[in-house]
Design a protein around this ligand. Structure first.
Ligand code: PEP
Ligand code: MG
Length: 580
């Protein structure tokens, strides 16, 4: 029995035999063909391209039905590539000019293309995966060698892979793929996003799980704790089966909380909101008992899109959320692009250190046309809705003032053009850098609200890349420095009467609920599946209890002490969540 710790990105327990998704190396047939066969090779390639196009269109349709249009748009890149005239010309030049097989042309042309992407910074890695995906599909259709499709499995399995492409994940048959364990990746990879949306328990950042397990071997995935167990002994299987049953029972028991308020035992009302990446998720927030959308990560409109979304694309997405939420609050965060979330044009301008580079509000302020397009759509779509605008990664007062000026300019433009819009939307900022946290008393005098982004706040405070599996163990919200910054932010909010929410993953982790309440947090925004759990804890404690916990935690000097203490306290409040 081997136990591996990774990063849990999609909760739940799965127990099943492993299927190892290998790199699917195809045998590329003989390189050369007789001169008079070259034209026939080109025809074969055209036929395979047609088949591949049809497959991708079907996959896109199925994905759109299952996960919504935005997720399905990741296949637009694949279709765009298949139809790319330049690429087709390269294929035909290679085949006709070199008298080679269609397989050889696909392999060499696409590998060269992938190498160009690989030479670019790390955040372009997802595109390379897409290119390999297209290569495999074309080769499969040329060679006629159908591999075991993850969409048509006959038995329940856990998929182990070095990495999986977005289309492989989206095409997974939920009834048969019970879990995912991946060597590479972090919380923000396409794979993590799609796995969460599909509800498949997943652990990423495992480094070498594919080398540690063999196909058919029993595997346990604990997506909550980020643990994978290979070849478990019967006792461990039994324990996990029991844990899983308890988890399912516990989740069902939480359904009863859906329409109940998030109120402490001593009557303090807490606002509990949900984070979304795609408009359709707003409905999930409400189903889970959230009171509205506390963070809409609009940059996912760009995910896989070949061209920049138009004002109408933005408008439609925001209107969809507004129509779902009616009069409930919706916090629309302006584009947080850059670093690991990039646009096509950004992809051509690589940065050496993208997390410290031109990302988020900096990128928007340098691309005013794009920024204004989004703001116009937000102001137009907000009519009749309870919308606020949130600026990401503000690090100095000038950025905040500039961003607010752009909002005013956009209002004036809309006014002059006679276009109906809102001109009274509250504006707030993410506090997700130490510089913003340390200066939040200044910021508090110029914003309507704060939203604490603990994912980035931890990354920048502790100098730990949030998406790097090699330093994942150092990434923790329990570090006393992070907690001190958090306390400062909440204190500034109270002093200046500025509401503070927390929308980073810390808000979704029930181990921190008591502490956050005790530190003064009154607005939580978390991924939809986490809402019931957090609500349950809020409803199980008094504010006095939470205050005592916070006081104690602030005396600790290491994250380990904090983590251990919070585990004990949370277990005391909610033993059911621990299954023991
Ligand atoms: C954060 O940084 O905590 C946050 C909520 O923003 P994102 O995860 O999108 O960077
Ligand atoms: Mg952030």
């Amino acid at each position: 029995m081997k136990m591996k710790k990774g990063i849990g990105v999609s909760p739940g327990v799965a127990i099943a035999p492993a299927v190892i998704l290998d790199t699917e190396e195809f045998d590329i047939p003989e390189r050369h063909v007789p001169v008079d066969h070259a034209q026939a090779e080109l025809s074969r390639l055209r036929k395979a391209t047609g088949l591949s196009r049809k497959e991708i269109q079907d996959l896109r349709k199925r994905t759109a039905e299952k996960l919504g249009k935005e997720t399905a748009s990741i296949f637009d890149f694949h279709l765009g590539m298949l139809d790319d005239k330049l690429l087709q010309k390269k294929f035909s030049d290679t085949i006709l000019g070199g008298h080679v097989t269609a397989e050889y042309a696909v392999n060499t042309v696409l590998r060269a293309y992938a190498r160009e992407f690989l030479a670019m910074p790390k955040y372009l890695a997802d595109r390379v995966k897409d290119i390999y995906d297209i290569e495999r599909r074309l080769l499969r259709n040329l060679i006629g060698q159908r591999h075991q499709s993850l969409a048509h499995l006959r038995r329940k399995v856990i998929v182990l892979a070095h990495d999986v492409t977005p289309s492989q994940t989206a095409g997974m048959d939920r009834d048969h793929v019970l879990g995912l364990a991946i060597d590479a990746g972090g919380q923000t990879s396409h794979t993590a996003i799609v796995a969460r949306a599909l509800g498949i328990p997943a652990v990423v950042g495992l480094n070498d799980i594919t080398a540690e397990a063999a196909g058919g071997e029993m595997v346990i995935i604990d997506g909550h704790r980020g643990v994978v167990i290979v070849d478990p002994d019967p006792r461990t299987i039994e324990e996990y089966e029991q844990y899983s049953r308890q988890q399912v029972e516990f989740i069902h028991s939480l359904d009863a909380l859906r329409d109940l308020p998030a109120i402490t035992k001593d009557g303090h009302e807490i606002t509990l909101l949900g984070n979304i990446e795609f408009p359709s998720e707003a409905a999930t927030v409400l189903e889970k008992g959230g009171q509205g959308v506390g963070l809409y990560r609009t940059e996912f409109l760009y995910l896989g899109a070949e061209t920049e979304p138009t004002e109408e694309d933005h408008y439609r997405a925001y209107r969809q959320v507004a129509d779902i939420c009616h009069d409930r609050p919706i916090v629309i965060r302006t584009l947080d692009l850059g670093a690991d979330k990039y646009t096509q044009s950004r992809a051509r301008v690589p940065e050496r250190n993208p997390f410290l580079g031109c990302r988020s509000i900096r990128f928007c302020l340098q691309n005013l046309g794009m920024f204004k397009t989004q703001l116009r759509a937000i102001l137009r779509a907000s009519i009749g809705a309870h919308v606020s605008i949130l600026f990401p990664l503000i690090t100095n007062i000038h950025e905040l003032r500039q961003a607010k000026t752009v909002v005013r300019d956009v209002m004036e433009d809309l006014e002059e053009e006679g276009i109906e819009h809102r001109n009274d939307l509250p504006t707030g900022m993410m506090v997700e850098t130490p510089s913003a946290a340390l200066q939040c008393e200044t910021f508090a005098q110029e914003v309507d609200f704060f939203s604490v982004g603990t994912n980035d706040l931890i990354q920048y405070t502790l100098a730990v890349d949030r998406a790097n599996e090699r330093v994942a163990s150092l990434f923790t919200a329990a570090h006393p420095s992070v907690l001190r910054l958090l306390k400062e932010i909440l204190r500034a909010g109270q002093r200046y009467d500025v509401p503070v929410s927390c929308c980073g993953e810390m808000a979704a982790d029930p181990h921190f609920t008591l502490l956050l309440l005790g530190l003064g947090l009154r607005i939580f925004s978390c991924a939809p599946p986490a809402i019931p759990n957090v609500k349950k804890i809020i409803r199980s404690v008094t504010l006095e209890q939470a205050l005592q916990v916070a006081r104690r935690v602030m005396t600790f000097t290491s994250d380990k002490e904090v983590t251990n203490y919070l585990r004990v306290e949370t277990r005391r409040v909610l033993p059911e969540a621990y299954g023991s």
